[in-house]
Design a protein around this ligand. Sequence first.
Ligand code: UDP
Length: 308
Amino acid sequence: MRVLITGGAGFLGSHLADHFLAQGHKVIVIDNLLTGSLDNIAHLFQNPGFSFIKADVTNYIHVPGKLDAVLHFASPASPIDYAHFPIPTLKVGALGTHKALGLAKDKGAVFMLASTSEVYGDPLVNPQPESYWGNVNPIGPRGVYDEAKRFAEAMTMAYHRFHGIPVRIVRIFNTYGPRMRRNDGRAVPNFITQALKGRPLTVYGRGTQTRSLCYVSDLVRGIALLLASDINAPVNIGNPHELTVAQLARIIIRLTGSRSRVARQPLPADDPQVRRPDIRQARAALGWKPEVALEDGLRRTIDYFKSA
Ligand code: UDP
């Protein structure tokens, strides 16, 4: 296959690029490097199957030659990133998805959208099945991401229904691992960086809010299986192991052997109180389930942050 990955210099996009190159496919990465980094793909430039285009996918995308798959993974993806870049976040989810769909249609390629558990907002149902419509505040600080991704899903389904193009929609739950940015503001990189520096771990609110963390290699395997399937509807990919943010902080303090303490800070607006994927669809239709236990994945991530 010849696979285009938008956002391929980011955390998930670069792991996908590694995966498809290792499978013998050709990979083209498009990234504007707003939150992505060439460091994530520097090791790929010597691979003859790899190419890189620095471009903003909210503008017209020109890619010469055939394409078999277009994976639209470009977007700021952490709450502080979308607070810094609210309009680029809306544009890449809306205009960028439209351009990437147009390219897939033109090339006869399968299109995959990186969607998110944020489409469920602050969910009133736990765990969240794909059939849940969500509880999103459109005008809150997270609305720029949540509504962009909800629009992107609607646009993707419209291209599928109206133009008949094959589409995949992966609803990605919290994922962690090497190549997360130290300063991207999310819980895992914040807590690991703080623990390694002996600084207090900043737990927001009472720390009773929950998340369910998936190690990046499990996510990549699920995405590859979904791409190879014929499922044109959204599929949750995530690890159902749910824990509170306070528990996560304590585990990271223990695994790093840190003397850090926990320091509470105010809870950000609209921070979801619970989040856990219902993965019955992925299990049944893809035969997928996560395999990396939380502490193993965290150890690998801590090693990365120590060496990076
Ligand atoms: N969080 C925290 N301290 C931090 C960073 C995040 O307590 O330094 C909390 C945040 O309020 C949320 C959870 O950890 O409840 C996960 O936040 P993250 O930004 O990783 O992802 P998201 O909110 O998008 O799930």
